[in-house]
Design a protein around this ligand. Structure first.
Ligand code: ZN
Length: 243
């Protein structure tokens, strides 16, 4: 009887038949077994209370820059640090379920830092196959949307950016940023976390926290889960298409 019940439960859990194709995400197929992914939720929940630690200058890739910043917040006061940590944890769960080794740059939201140079070093030391920093932007309130940032002259990061952009657009419905970048992409040389990375790395500004429509999405656990699933699909597409 117990066996029969277990079989019934398994059948119920299996759901509708799996469609053909390579995307086995969310089905426990181990599609990412053997890969290492660094997930870097921006900022940290107690950064604001430790200005001297956060403001100290560190190497940002040939120039010096503040260790970290406090990040932004929605008009209702939801902090970027909390929001991106939640998305990062959801993403880590999905990736681990697919068999990936996931390295997080921080595992709580009540600490300080780490500094941008250390965030890059964590992915480097892990020999990550891909690394992603997750942020929410503090742009002009009239603009909304997301953009994926990478450094110039980095073909792997460019490929990763394209994969993340298309998966995020398709998976969340979020538009390309209307106020920054171009077609959801932006090339920047001023971000230490990207400059110091020796592994393919991008930074996504998932939405504009200062925009009322985007700020509403931040409050939706369902949307945050959708973001995480979309990022996972983008990472998977990049890793499976590697030359
Ligand atoms: Zn940020």
């Amino acid at each position: 009887m117990r066996v029969l019940l277990a079989v019934v439960a398994l059948l119920a859990a299996a759901g509708p038949p799996v469609h053909s194709g390579r995307n086995t995400l969310g089905r426990g197929g181990g599609a990412l077994r053997g890969t290492t992914i660094a997930v870097d939720p921006g900022h940290n929940g107690a950064n604001w209370a430790h200005p001297s630690q956060i403001d100290r200058l560190v190497d940002a890739g040939g120039f010096r820059k503040a260790c970290d910043t406090t990040g932004t917040a929605t008009p209702d006061g939801i902090s970027e640090a909390w929001y991106v940590f939640d998305v990062a944890q959801r993403l880590a769960r999905i990736l681990r379920a697919e068999g990936a080794r996931v390295v997080l740059t921080r595992t709580t939201n009540d600490g300080v830092g780490p500094c941008i140079d250390e965030r890059a070093a964590i992915g480097n030391r892990a020999h990550a196959d891909a690394a992603i920093s997750i942020h929410g932007d503090g742009g002009p309130s009239s603009g909304r949307g997301f953009d994926v940032i990478y450094r110039p002259h980095d073909a792997a990061a460019h490929r990763l950016a394209l994969a993340i952009r298309s998966a995020f657009r398709a998976g969340t419905g979020e538009p390309y940023a209307t106020y920054v970048g171009r077609d959801g992409l932006d090339v920047r040389t001023d971000l230490g976390g990207l400059n110091l990375s020796t592994v393919p790395k991008v930074l996504i500004e998932t939405l504009n926290m200062r925009n009322p429509a985007d700020a509403k999405l931040v409050e939706s656990a369902r949307f945050r889960q959708r973001e995480a699933a979309a990022l996972a699909r983008g990472l998977e597409a990049f890793l499976h298409a590697r030359p």
